[in-house]
Design a protein around this ligand. Structure first.
Ligand code: GLY
Ligand code: MN
Ligand code: MN
Length: 448
């Protein structure tokens, strides 16, 4: 299938979901004929003329792969999608015509110099909702406040974001391959004794990205910093070479993100830490294999905790049985985050806690409040699977004085603490036939 065919089919699926979303909104008293999706407005930092790196609003991006601010998609079910590309004639910026692209023949594409002129060119916007980040822009073109991102419309639109079309999967696969190449480049630098900064640069180069293209700040953590879940600093020679590396980094392609983590063990690391890494890798693959239609995502999270309990028991970190560690919730001191999340245009994609297309919320279980998705998996869902074990002082220090202290072997913890933590993360598509791991074939695990 060509890219144009994939994109045409993608728009056909969006058209069906849009029709259903408008119908649902209508049943709840919000009558609409269509939606104007706005790419969004560039903003500056407070009291500054320096622009914040621009990211298109996600719903716009789902309809149209043009980058940059202000563009419009106008979609009415059953009609051809209208795209107005906004090209301001402004000498500060590049105003040249972008090269023709595969998607353009599938839509009605026109151009305008501003959002206002673009909106004007589309005729009446009565009974059209606005989805975007600039309500003031919507009101300026005659869209009243009650048609700006009405909740009755946003709930189904968000809900359907979880179902990825083959076009979205194809874009994600490019993002995955790029990130995998970056990870391999980073690994080579780690093996050569590089600093966190150098490993970060190697990742950027290997994934063919400039800084502002990465979908989230890279986490390049040597040794003890691997325990810091969102460690974003990049140290220099003072912290290199490292004996362990936790690299969590992704790439973006036409708006779609990948999100991969590997933990690597080098010379001089404690063999028990290597055992932990290999244990988490094996566990991760078992969890990936659980991905299938109908499986409640919290079941995978629960299985991750059971696996973590076994690894902690096997490596001597806990002195009680795996069952007792699980019952007492000891795993939460070492594995504090959710086992993963929906992945898409947003790295932590929307709709994970939604009860259904009309909204409502299924909160995570009380003992796992950070679990980002409580939805049962369905074919087309794309999620990460990312169990981990960390020796994080903020989590562990309070435990030393608690009732749980006697169940933990602190001498083992203290030996492992300098190596930080382990996380292994892959991007996994739920298909009718079960899991399709999009990343393993491009990025091996630490046991391979
Ligand atoms: N990189 C952020 C995450 O894994 O969720
Ligand atoms: Mn993730
Ligand atoms: Mn990640």
């Amino acid at each position: 299938m060509t890219s144009t065919d994939l994109y045409r089919d993608h728009l056909a699926a969006l058209d069906r979901w849009l029709a259903d979303s408008l119908e649902r909104a209508g049943r709840r008293g919000v009558s609409l004929d269509g939606v104007l999706f706005h790419a969004g407005r560039e903003r500056t930092y407070h009291a500054d003329d320096n622009a914040i790196a621009f990211w298109s609003t996600p719903h716009f991006r789902r309809w149209c792969p043009i980058a940059g601010p202000e563009h419009i998609v106008l979609a009415r079910p059953g009609g051809r999608v209208q795209v107005v590309r906004v090209r301001p004639m402004d000498f500060w910026f590049d105003t040249s015509m972008p090269p023709a692209s595969y998607w353009e023949s599938v839509v009605d594409l026109s151009e305008a110099e501003s959002f206002e002129k673009a909106a004007e060119s589309l005729g009446s916007l009565e009974r059209i909702a606005y989805v975007g980040d600039a309500p003031e822009a919507a009101q300026a073109v005659g869209i009243d406040a009650d048609r700006i991102e009405p909740a009755e419309l946003m709930a189904p639109l968000d809900w359907y974001r979880a179902y990825k079309t083959p076009w979205e999967v194809a874009l994600t696969e490019v993002a995955v391959r790029r990130a995998a190449s970056g990870h391999l480049a980073g690994l080579e630098m780690f093996r050569a004794g590089a600093t966190e900064r150098e490993i970060h640069w190697a990742f950027l180069e290997g994934s063919d990205q400039i800084e502002r293209e990465v979908p989230f700040n890279t986490i390049v953590a040597l040794e003890e910093k691997g325990a810091v879940l969102h460690y974003e600093r990049k140290r220099g020679p003072e912290a290199a070479p490292g004996r362990t590396l936790l690299l969590d980094a992704g790439a973006s392609f036409e708006g779609y993100a990948s999100d991969l983590t590997r933990t690597w063990v080098g010379e001089g690391a404690d063999p028990v830490f290597k055992e932990l890494v290999e244990g988490v890798d094996a566990l991760e693959q078992e969890l990936v294999a659980m991905v299938a239609p109908g499986v409640p995502y919290p079941d995978i999270h629960q299985a991750a905790h059971r696996g973590v309990a076994q690894i902690l028991q096997r490596t001597g970190v806990v002195k009680v049985s795996a069952d007792e560690a699980m019952e007492r919730g000891l795993t939460r001191h070492f594995f504090p985050h959710g086992v993963g999340h929906h992945l898409g245009i947003q790295v932590h994609d929307v709709g994970g806690h939604q009860a259904g297309p009309d909204g409502g919320e299924v909160a995570p279980p009380a003992e796992y409040p950070l679990l980002r998705t409580t939805r049962p998996l369905e074919a087309g869902h794309l999620v990460t699977i990312e169990p981990g074990i960390y020796f994080n002082p903020v989590l562990l220090d309070p435990v030393r004085g608690s009732d749980d202290a006697s169940a933990i072997d602190w001498a083992v913890v203290d030996c492992l603490r300098p190596f930080g933590g382990v996380r292994i993360e892959d991007d996994v598509l739920c298909t009718e036939n079960g899991a399709r791991d999009l990343s393993r074939e491009h990025l091996p695990g630490p046991r391979e």
